[in-house]
Ligand binder design. Structure first.
Ligand code: SIN
Length: 279
């Protein structure tokens, strides 16, 4: 299928719905540039009625770069490159319920993740995405100027380490040693558009600032960044896929299906070093 048939329908808040793209063969036909550009512009791409095997899911991810095997997520049986994001009725906590962007604790954060629904609850279990381009653009010129000079510290320890709340959902707690420093405003690696790059789950402070100084500013940015007009709530069905760019979005997995099972397969694609955007 040629990419001239691809239809891109922008969503409210963040992202775009994509149809007419043969995801199952993306790894073979190699015509993914249209999706890469759309990621740089919209931040997250939503697909319906796909029927990808695990091998096709891997092929799709590899068309965008090397796969980054998440060291903290349990793998799908027989497929070490695919992380299982599972919640059973017996579990009260789920993975990803705090707003975040994946892997910001890494020195070179992952480019994006491709999430495929395998078991969806009858009701609930949506994922909400937020737009970090819009979050940045709606700040005042004065604050943009200040943020453009600042770096933030990100960490994995308090989320995936042995002492972390919910640590039983993850593996390799002893590997949760990464801290990294990234600009608070980045130039998006694909589009060059400026994006706010801090997140409530993994950012632990502003470099060189006391906690009492950085916490109020970060809290303000976090509240600002989830304004309804910057967000889109994606409802999962059998065959739904979301492909998000970690440098342009946050996401939050709702935990509102206490009696049901939800199973998603996630593959994360390697990214590149992030560079500051100047106001
Ligand atoms: C994640 O945070 O990567 C999982 C998102 C989800 O399960 O909806």
């Amino acid at each position: 299928m040629s990419h001239t048939e691809v239809v891109i329908t922008p969503a409210d808040g963040v992202g775009a719905y994509i149809s007419g793209f043969d995801l199952a063969n993306a790894g073979k036909t190699n015509n993914v540039s249209v999706l890469r550009e759309a990621l740089g512009e919209y931040g997250v791409l939503f697909f319906r009625d796909q029927d990808l095997t695990e091998e096709q899911h891997i092929g799709l991810a590899e068309a965008f770069g090397n796969i980054n095997i998440n060291r903290f997520f349990p793998a799908v049986d027989g497929h070490p490159k695919i992380a299982a994001v599972r919640k059973e009725p017996s579990q009260s906590t789920n993975i990803g319920s705090v707003w975040h962007t994946d892997h910001s604790y890494d020195e070179v954060p992952a480019m994006g993740s491709i999430l495929v629904s395998r078991i969806t609850p009858q009701r609930g279990g949506d994922t909400v995405f937020s737009n970090m381009f819009l979050a940045y653009e709606h700040l005042s010129d004065g604050l943009k100027e200040t943020l453009s000079q600042l770096n933030a510290v990100h960490s994995s320890r308090h989320v995936f380490g042995a002492m972390a709340e919910g640590a039983e959902l993850f593996t390799n707690a002893e590997a949760a040693t990464q801290d990294s420093v990234h600009p608070m405003v980045i130039a998006h690696p694909i589009s060059g558009r400026k994006a706010l790059y801090v997140n409530p789950q993994f950012t632990i402070g502003i470099k060189g600032w006391h906690s009492a100084e950085s916490k109020p500013l970060l809290d303000m940015l976090y509240q600002h960044s989830i304004r309804p007009e910057f967000t889109h709530r994606f409802k999962w069905h059998q065959g739904s896929i979301a492909f998000w760019d970690n440098r342009a979005t946050w996401h939050c997995a709702l935990n509102d299906y206490p009696t049901e099972t939800r199973l998603m397969h996630r593959i994360t694609v390697e990214g590149e070093a992030l560079h500051p955007a100047h106001a």
